[in-house]
Ligand binder design. Structure first.
Ligand code: HEM
Length: 225
């Protein structure tokens, strides 16, 4: 591999906007739950749902670096990657690395479990008059109580996963001197010049997918009463 490098666009604007809006939304979800602002908590929950559904669809038909088929490698490849975490070497990753791919899947899975359980959660299970997800009153109080418990448990798991995620990003900066944050902000990364740039997805398709995901989340929010 030659030592020449060039700036390559690795993350499209959709992924970057998804990421940083998600960070704000997760913080807002926490704050609204703590402050008892449940109407806002539920509204923002549907926004998270729309974003995650969009991201899952973009993972099938979006930019190369967004695609699950591109970045999901075997667990063995992920372990192999982690073995070299302390080795200082130039950053040649065009998108998520083999270990990061599993982290992304875990974060998206937890976010999906979070919003799915929220659809059935009830602030006051057993009394049916607290703030509640659209389908909470259509199931038994006991099941809604269990799903409310799951909703809280998954949030704790999500916080753990986020902490691990941020520690991993810091570890790359400290141990390998790889700055992963700047590319997630600007989209650009300095890579060896002989690496082919990833193909970016169709922005019209992205806008259509996002609009469809938002419409689906809005429709769900109107169900149940
Ligand atoms: C609520 C907190 C957070 C959540 C839920 C979250 C979630 C995610 C997800 C789902 C991805 C995958 C992006 C994609 O492919 O669509 C990702 C990537 C990334 N996140 Fe976060 N994130 C959070 C906070 C942060 C923070 C605070 C930082 C900065 C330190 C950060 C830095 C990054 C970076 C650099 C990547 C790309 C990693 C790579 O190069 O493979 N994240 N994050």
């Amino acid at each position: 591999m030659s030592e020449a490098t060039r700036q390559v666009k690795v993350w499209d604007g959709w992924i970057r906007a998804f990421h940083w809006v998600l960070v704000l939304l997760v913080a807002a979800q926490y704050a609204t739950a703590q402050l008892g602002l449940m109407d806002w908590h539920i509204r923002l929950g549907f926004t998270v749902l729309a974003l995650v559904v969009f991201r899952l669809a973009w993972g099938l038909v979006g930019s190369d670096t967004a695609r699950f088929a591109r970045f999901l490698k075997s667990p063995l490849a992920a372990l192999e990657h982690l073995k070299h975490l302390r080795r200082q070497e130039p950053d040649t990753e065009i998108g998520h690395n083999a270990a990061g791919g599993w982290m992304v899947l875990g974060l998206l899975g937890l976010l999906l479990a979070q919003v799915a359980s929220g659809l059935f959660a009830n602030e006051e299970p057993g009394e049916s008059y607290g703030a509640h997800g659209p389908f909470a009153l259509g199931i038994s109080d006991s099941l809604s109580g269990q799903l409310t418990y799951a909703h809280e448990l998954v949030f704790d798991l999500l916080l753990l996963a986020i902490a691990l995620h941020v520690v991993a990003v810091l570890a790359y900066a400290v141990l390998k001197r790889h700055d992963l944050v700047r590319p997630m902000v600007t989209g650009l990364k300095r890579l060896p010049a002989d690496l082919a740039a990833p193909r970016m997805g169709n922005p019209v398709l992205a806008a259509v997918l996002l609009a469809a995901a938002a419409a689906g989340a809005w429709w769900l929010s109107r169900q149940g009463g």
